[in-house]
Design a protein around this ligand. Structure first.
Ligand code: HEC
Ligand SMILES: [Cu+2]
Length: 318
């Protein structure tokens, strides 16, 4: 064998060895990214660890298990599907966060009245600076709304306003009332009063005006948005607020005992017709401090909160 030939063979073999070794090395790095996460009901401490630190772009492998009852695991504002976390079993998931920032993770199974307190944080660090708050503040802050002030509707109707019936009067309706800006910043009761005072609508009876109010709501929703709102409500809200919004979900008695406040009854027109979308969204984002109403800001996207708001009015509008 010539010398050069030998040399080139050695080079080839080294090359092959490097190629073979690379995945092994990568797996070794990955192994450090394995984190065991234990779930326990909130009263026993919730998630351990409750803060997970990770590098942007680096996969982390979570081994999820429960120390008591069945829990679920999901990441807020993300498309990653929720997984179940069962006692005596390990559920493995791999996550990669591309952008530095803070992400919330939470339990998706109703494990007890304090279930919604089962939350944790994933801190993602990286070269790239934490993405600056490009998002505008939520509408209730822009409008300077005091979302804690009582807001009973000053006018209501003795039957459910019917959006489809209202549509027949829509030709009379000045277009400005249909804009999202107007819809989101006015409660149905305020819209009723505005329409009642509008010269364009003097020919209509009070009940017709209410049907128009429902029509304005329907025009600002989509069937997909209402379906998503319904799904989110059933999953996250019904246990307190009740399947039909009556404030009487399976946990409402516990919440009343714990927090001294009963979950809002959306089937009461005085409550729901007196609240603007901006106010409802504000309550959903921020939660009711100390009242047992969780804050959902870190968990839902902006669109999801508006979908929920649109859905809440289905307890009042047909
Ligand atoms: C753990 C129980 C609980 C859960 C879960 C819960 N809520 Fe509530 N919610 C409450 C309580 C209690 C209040 C009343 C707070 C008060 O009176 O200040 C409330 C109030 C509200 C209000 C304010 C109503 C008003 O007119 O002032 C809105 C809106 C609301 N909840 C929406 C939701 C939505 C949407 C969800 C699900 C994403 C949800 N809630 C989940 C307990 C809960
Ligand atoms: Cu749980």
């Amino acid at each position: 064998m010539k010398r050069t030939e030998l040399l080139s063979r050695i080079l080839v073999i080294t090359g092959i060895l490097i190629v073979l070794a690379a995945p092994i090395a990568a797996r070794a790095i990955g192994a450090q990214g394995v984190i065991e996460v234990h779930g326990r009901i909130a009263e026993s401490g919730g998630w351990t660890p409750s803060t997970i630190r990770v590098q942007a772009g680096m996969p982390i492998h979570l081994r999820l298990t429960s120390d008591d009852v069945m829990h679920g695991f999901a990441i807020g504002q993300s498309d990653t599907p929720a997984v179940d976390v069962l006692p005596g079993q390990v559920t493995e998931i791999t996550l990669t966060f591309d952008k530095p920032g803070t992400y919330a993770y939470y339990c998706t199974r109703w494990c007890g009245p304090n279930h919604w307190r089962m939350r944790g944080i994933i801190e993602v660090t990286g070269e790239e600076p934490v993405s600056p708050q490009v998002t505008t503040p939520p509408l209730y802050l822009m409008l300077n709304l005091d979302i804690d002030a009582p807001h009973p509707a000053s006018v209501t109707l003795d039957r459910i306003p019917d959006a489809q019936y209202g549509e027949q009067f829509s030709a009379l309706l000045p277009a400005a009332y249909l804009t999202p800006d107007y819809y989101r910043s006015h409660s149905p009761a305020q819209i009723y009063l505005d329409l009642r005072a509008d010269p364009a609508l003097v020919s209509l009876a009070g009940s017709d005006i209410w049907d128009l109010v429902a029509y304005i709501w329907l025009s600002n929703t989509t069937p997909e948005g209402l379906a998503e709102g319904q799904r989110l409500f059933a999953q996250n809200c019904a246990a307190c607020h009740g399947e039909t919004g009556g404030g009487n979900g399976v946990f409402s008695a516990n919440i009343t005992a714990l927090a001294g406040k009963t979950p809002a009854n959306f089937s009461d027109p005085a409550i729901t017709l007196g609240a603007s979308p901006a106010l409802l969204q504000g309550k959903i984002l921020r939660g009711g401090m100390g009242t047992g109403m969780p804050s959902w800001g870190p968990l839902f996207t902006d669109q999801q909160t508006w979908d929920l708001v649109g859905f809440l009015y289905t307890f009042q509008f047909k």
